[in-house]
Design a protein around this ligand. Structure first.
Ligand code: HEM
Length: 509
């Protein structure tokens, strides 16, 4: 494991040791017995006579069903988290005939970060999404040609310069957001935090990325695009569980609905593209402009029309689901920890001033160092993209267990981010864990809410800028009241978010 590199730093590409790689040929596996005259070379490790069942596993596993009944369709990730407590850094989970190795601590996460030994893998719930988003950035298989092409074409949209360009739009949309919350505060009506942050982040990626407004900040009704998107995510998750879900009337109805949703989403996106083409706009100022008007510098090729549609859908989902959850968790912790809130407000006042009518500049957003720590710590306890999978490139060992080439393992971040060997009192919310001096002393792979390597989150800077801006504006304007003594409940749909989280607000005095 690489120590000394700041956890959560931009240098996310893994540098892990390769000393656990299995010898490749059987002869190499033969240990020296001391009688053959061969010199006893470096110790050679044999595959131990154990199957994956040799891994710790939850109690009460049933023949055929495995751990199926320990899972709810609504919460497969959090059920894995519950199941994993006490099972150690590596354990096995089995649903019907699908056996998965779960990585649950920072040290082993460090190993699977090694790009030479492991690659991105799509878990079934993600690969199911390929019906709608094909080889878009998030769902492209490792090594699929369109991934590199699209990554090269879209990278300019995520530079500091690009963030500066999005800033004014983000300010404008966040103004609408806090104005609406102001109206609710004045009338004493509670806000539904997650619902509202979801609307804001969807509108933000749609307008900044594609110049398209869903008008969700003005409307109380859920936009049909959002309903179709959410049904698609839920459908993929159910399909991935391999349940006899596709049988009977309910199954047929869900499949028919899914087909309709796919057609609708594709039509809407094609409409966004057609409008831009009709404008004869050749700029490359946003994601759509880059995809329509620029080429991959390496191949000289532009993205094909189908891939552009896949990328738009990908960004509409990936660009809002996770950020809204992260904002909601941060607000949850701010509401539950008045002393943290008071420090955050002191910082906002010091950097931006206390007059909410004066909007922050681009530079002032990144200066909210304490609010950033609140955000980072919220993502530690509740990483809104709660896991990712890695496929082994070779036969090798992981934590002493044999992993075959092409076998995949899954990293469960809520467990890894609570690794007691790394985090003192891991369940306690403490933003100061992210003070630079504390970050420096942690192993590099202790904290990975943005994923790893080349396939790490391309939208990280975008999410952080948007989140700090919105949190700062809320903190500057409102006092948060946890009037309903909210007990955290999670909604899982590929990402995790608080659900039914209501706060009452008052304007600050
Ligand atoms: C708090 C907010 C966010 C979190 C926690 C987050 C987390 C992640 C993680 C963990 C991955 C890697 C998944 C894997 O390895 O399977 C990822 C990938 C990705 N994210 Fe984010 N994300 C966030 C916001 C965003 C935003 C705002 C955008 C777009 C504007 C975005 C676009 C993407 C894309 C396109 C990928 C796929 C990258 C690739 O494979 O090339 N994300 N994100």
């Amino acid at each position: 494991m690489t120590h000394g590199q700041p956890a959560g730093s931009d240098a996310d590409v893994a540098r892990c040791p390769v000393d656990h790689v299995l010898p490749s040929s059987p002869s190499e596996q033969r240990p020296s017995d001391g009688k053959t005259g061969h010199a006893a070379a470096a110790p050679v490790r044999l595959l131990p006579p154990m199957s994956l069942n040799g891994l710790p596993r939850p109690s009460g596993r049933l023949p055929y069903f495995g751990d199926l009944f320990k899972f709810s369709l609504k919460s497969p990730v959090m059920d894995t988290v519950k199941m994993g407590r006490g099972l150690g850094p590596l354990f096995s989970r089995k649903i019907l005939n699908r056996h998965v190795v779960v990585v649950a601590n920072a040290e082993l996460l460090g190993e699977i970060c090694d790009e030479a030994r492991y690659a991105k893998h799509l878990v079934p719930a993600v690969s199911m999404l390929r019906v709608g988003v094909g080889d878009g950035l998030f769902t492209a298989y490792d090594g699929e040609p369109n991934w590199q092409k699209a990554h090269n074409v879209l990278a300019p949209a995520f530079t500091q310069g690009a963030m500066r360009h999005y800033h004014d739009t983000m300010v404008e949309l966040s103004t609408k957001f806090v104005q609406r919350w102001g109206t609710l505060a004045d009338s004493g009506v509670a806000v539904d935090v997650t619902r509202d942050t979801t609307r804001l982040t969807l509108e933000t990626i749609a307008v900044t990325g594609f110049g398209y407004s869903f008008s969700v900040l003005e409307n109380e009704q859920e936009h049909p695009f959002v309903s179709a998107m959410m049904r698609t995510l839920r459908f993929a998750r159910r399909e991935a569980m391999h349940l006899p879900f596709t049988m009977g009337w309910f199954g047929r109805h869900a499949i028919a609905q899914q087909a309709l949703d796919q057609q609708y989403l594709a039509r809407e996106v094609d409409d966004v593209i057609a409008r831009r083409l009709a404008e004869k706009d050749t700029s490359t100022d946003d994601l759509l402009g880059l995809m329509l008007n620029s080429v991959d510098p390496a191949s000289g090729e532009r993205l094909d029309d189908t891939n552009i549609r896949y990328q738009i859908l990908t960004f509409l989902v990936a660009g809002h689901e996770t950020t809204s959850g992260a904002l909601s968790f941060a607000l949850y912790f701010l509401a539950k920890n008045p002393e943290v809130f008071a420090k955050a407000r002191m910082e906002v006042d010091a950097v931006w001033g206390s007059d909410p009518e004066v909007t922050p500049t681009y530079e002032q957003v990144a200066k909210l160092r304490y609010v950033r720590r609140v955000f980072d710590e919220a993502l530690r306890l509740w990483p809104t993209a709660p896991g990712f999978a890695r496929k082994s490139r070779v036969d090798q060992y992981l934590g002493g267990h044999p992993i075959k080439k092409n076998e995949w393992v899954i990293a469960v971040l809520p467990l890894i981010h609570r690794d007691p060997d790394v985090w003192e009192n891991p369940e306690v919310f403490d933003p100061d864990r992210f003070l630079p001096e504390n970050v420096r002393t942690r192993p590099a792979h202790a904290y990975k809410p943005w994923g790893i390597g080349d396939r790490a989150c391309i939208g990280r800077q975008f999410a952080v800028h948007e989140a700090l801006l919105v949190l700062g504006r809320i903190i500057q304007r409102f006092d948060l009241h946890d009037s309903f003594d909210y007990q955290l409940q999670l909604n899982e749909a590929l990402t995790i978010k608080p659900i039914d989280f209501n706060l009452t607000l008052t304007r600050r005095v």
